[in-house]
Design a protein around this ligand. Sequence first.
Ligand code: GDP
Ligand code: ZN
Length: 353
Amino acid sequence: MPESAARQGLVVALQANYGWVELDQSGPEGCRRLLCTRRTRLAKSGQIICVGDRVRVEGIDWIAGRGAVAAVEPRSVLLARPPVANVSLVVVVVALAEPALDPLQLSRFLLTAEATGQAVLLVLAKADLLPEAAVAAWLERVAAWGYRAVPVSTRTGRGLDALRERLSRPGLAVISGPSGVGKSSLLNALKPDLDLRVASVSGRLQRGRHTTRHVELFALAPGALVADSPGFNRPELPGDPARLARLFPEVRRALERAECRFSNCLHRGEPGCAVGCDWERHGWYAEWVGDLRERAARADAPGVSQGPGEASLRRRGDRLEPRLDQQWRQPSRRSQRQQAWREGRDDQDGGQP
Ligand code: GDP
Ligand code: ZN
């Protein structure tokens, strides 16, 4: 079988020991999506492959629609729960009602999203449940925090076009937020027809869909992808007080205009602070900084382990990135086949799809 030249593409789904790769450019007969294994070389190097990874595919068999992933490009960011690489937008969804919008919880989700270092979009769901004046009041409130939120309703269709438009820009978006706020309903409303989905699967692989928890990406426009399962259900704050401040748009905005007198200023009313205290979330900010400092002091004491916030994020370059959670590193039996694909073990039952 003649092998054609290597192609670049994006991993849009992982299935048992295989991955679906959407090529940047179609091959012969318009073939765009390939079912790929991993080159042994890659497997031996311990390279993990995640949905969202940009990869080089070799050994392409256009007729069978198969290939082998030979290399993974460096990631800009890697999110855990669900594991998605190269996310460029985190969409935080909260409901305006049912459950009632809790501004403190919303802030935690926003900070977790900001901690990725990527763009953050706030969506206020179930807009049909509140009178217009109340919706407007929330929009104004979060605008003061630095977020231009999109009010949506899957019941009335409000805001869906605006959201679709925003998510149709090139990049990879993941949706996060508490449960029950309407994330799944929103994803379903946004998803194109099943036929058009990036990684529609068939035959033997179809069965795997129901037994293996996994992420798939769907495309709203060329190069505009959305992860189909929500992430960050448990927001966790970063562990470093100086970094925490930068996760507040209010602080970033203030520091763009002026500098604090002391370079290690914690913006809690210190003399010559450029951030000041007259912003709504300052109280929470000050409280969280206090918690982090206490936790850090405790962690310095012998025999005390790190707090959960610090354990859940690690520094990568100059950004924080969630650690892969324990479950991910020590997979359950159920996820072992999928894990085997990522780790390149060939001892699992992969079979031929
Ligand atoms: P998830 O847990 O965030 O994925 O939330 P779901 O999508 O499962 O929705 C939770 C509940 O909210 C369901 O009973 C939905 O029918 C309801 N729901 C979703 N979207 C809307 C909406 O726009 N308006 C109203 N009134 N209810 C909604
Ligand atoms: Zn300051």
